[in-house]
Design a protein around this ligand. Structure first.
Ligand SMILES: *[C@@H]1O[C@H](CO)[C@@H](O)[C@H](O)[C@H]1NC(C)=O
Ligand SMILES: *[C@@H]1O[C@H](CO)[C@@H](O)[C@H](O)[C@H]1NC(C)=O
Ligand SMILES: *[C@@H]1O[C@H](CO)[C@@H](O)[C@H](O)[C@H]1NC(C)=O
Length: 448
């Protein structure tokens, strides 16, 4: 019933079903949580393994990049499309890596890693990636990309894989990719799309999936940038009552057909992260606004329904699984964070918590107890929130002599450093301090 004709999209099944099973298994087998009544005999792990095995035939391509679709019963179907997305190839490592660690069977992690490395090798000279590609030839199909649909969780998983597994390699990949995003896609607090080959802007659109980005920025301590983008997204939410799927920044209007709001979680998610990082009560108010909007526009007798058109608030008979897995979860955690304060979790892109365990981690001591690691532990000061922020800032020169740009760096709005207000100035790459506008109209770090 769950999968008509046994056909599934691997990436969706991975983040929703495999991630759910793996996470639930870890919670159920943690006896200190007492979440499971009776005896737990790894039933969920057996299901996860059974599912993971069914993914493997999809990776059997000349490139190692997986097919987008697979039949859970028969494997890859005849004449299956060879087109897939960047996130389809790059957002598997958390769940499949965890499955390998839990079962001792290395095949899942290897398959996900091989696909990720192949994808990584396909970056352009600007360190950008496209949105869709061919799994047989390893060639790009769509060269324009941004941080939204088709790419989003690829960036997210590079960083989260580093947090979960502690491999330096993941950090280096994330750092390089993040800097390129900030350089080519960012325009003030907004993110547009650009061509991976030239870096030239292609589409000036706000898409509701982009709203996860500030949450990711919190994990690396880039609070200033996260705060300013989050504010703009929330502004759009308030203007329409919910977040429209696509908004044309250049025409200042909603996309003519993508006017829907399918109860997406991204703004609530970023609000949760920003509140954890800053404890600024303003984010609680944002959460209240979101909850009130959901109750006002989407609540029906049997639950909550997707909005078909945000200009009329017409509903449709549909509720995606991410509404419960993420939207409700992040809103709950915003108001009651005891769950994250007691333990150190990485949330997958579908909101499933995975504990950070020394047994899976290259750097943590063997006696490590999963607390005291996370970015979120009672540390109100932005810079100290992330264990990784220390590595991001300041800019570094490696032993090899290569200069690594700091990830907190936000260039000034104008390339000639001229400004009218502080808003036109970015964040200094060496000190990670916000630059401000002088009386003479130049951005700089003015110390008075
Ligand atoms: C696959 O494509 C070939 C060539 O176009 C066609 O003859 C065959 O019937 C297709 N098979 C299926 C299962 O659609
Ligand atoms: C976020 O931005 C607002 C408006 O610019 C500012 O008042 C607030 O202090 C900022 N918060 C953080 C944590 O940077
Ligand atoms: C976590 O850190 C605090 C303060 O550094 C310490 O008191 C506590 O014992 C630590 N908890 C664990 C489980 O290591």
């Amino acid at each position: 019933m769950l999968f008509p004709n046994n056909l599934i999209v691997i990436i969706q099944c991975n983040i929703r079903v495999l991630g759910g099973l793996v996470s639930a298994h870890l919670l159920a087998s943690d006896s200190s949580k007492k979440l499971f009544q009776g005896t737990y005999n790894n039933q969920l792990l057996f299901l996860a393994e059974d599912l993971g095995k069914r993914f493997l035939p999809a990776f059997n391509t000349p490139t190692g990049l997986p097919y987008a679709w697979i039949n859970l019963k028969y494997g890859v179907m005849e004449n299956e499309t060879t087109e897939t997305s960047t996130s389809g190839c790059g957002s598997l490592i958390l769940e499949m890596g965890a499955l390998s660690k839990m079962t001792g069977d290395p095949r899942y992690e290897s398959a996900a890693l091989r696909a990720l490395r192949k994808l990584w090798s396909m970056q352009s000279s600007l360190r950008l990636f496209g949105t869709t590609l061919d799994v047989e030839s390893g060639e790009w199909i769509e060269f324009s990309s941004g941080i939204g649909a088709g790419v989003d969780s690829f960036y997210e998983y590079l960083l989260k894989a580093y947090i979960l597994f502690g491999k330096e390699d993941f950090w280096r990949m994330f750092h390089s990719a993040y800097v390129a995003v900030q350089k080519y896609f960012r325009h003030g607090p907004w993110y547009h799309e650009a061509d991976m080959r030239t870096g030239k802007a292609t589409y000036w659109q706000l898409t509701s999936l982009q709203a996860f980005w500030p949450g990711l920025q919190v994990l690396i301590g880039d609070i200033t940038a996260a705060n300013s983008s989050h504010r703009e997204f929330f502004h759009v939410w308030k203007r329409f009552g919910v977040l429209p799927e696509r908004y044309l920044l250049d025409h200042r209007m909603i996309h003519p057909t993508e006017k829907y709001y399918p109860l997406r979680p991204e703004l609530a998610e970023s609000t949760f992260y920003l509140y954890q990082a800053t404890k600024d009560p303003w984010y609680i108010e944002v959460g209240e606004t979101i909850v009130n909007s959901l109750n006002r526009y989407t609540k029906i007798e049997s639950g909550f329904a997707s909005v078909k058109d945000v200009t009329t608030m017409q509903l449709e008979d549909h509720q995606h699984s991410f509404f419960l897995a993420e939207t409700c979860k992040y809103l709950y955690l915003l108001f009651d964070d005891s769950f994250v304060l007691e333990n150190n979790y990485v949330f997958t892109t579908e909101g499933h918590p995975l504990p950070v365990l020394s047994a899976w981690h290259e750097k943590l001591p063997e006696t490590y107890i999963p607390t005291n690691w996370t970015f979120m532990k009672r540390q109100p000061a932005a810079r100290r929130i992330s264990s990784m922020s220390l590595q991001v800032c300041p800019a570094m020169t490696l032993n090899s002599g290569q200069h690594v740009e700091s990830a907190c760096h936000i260039p000034d709005v104008r390339s000639d450093y001229r400004c009218l207000t502080d808003e036109d100035c970015g964040v200094d790459s060496t000190t990670c301090r916000r630059r401000s506008c002088s009386i003479a109209g130049y951005c700089g770090l003015w110390i008075f």
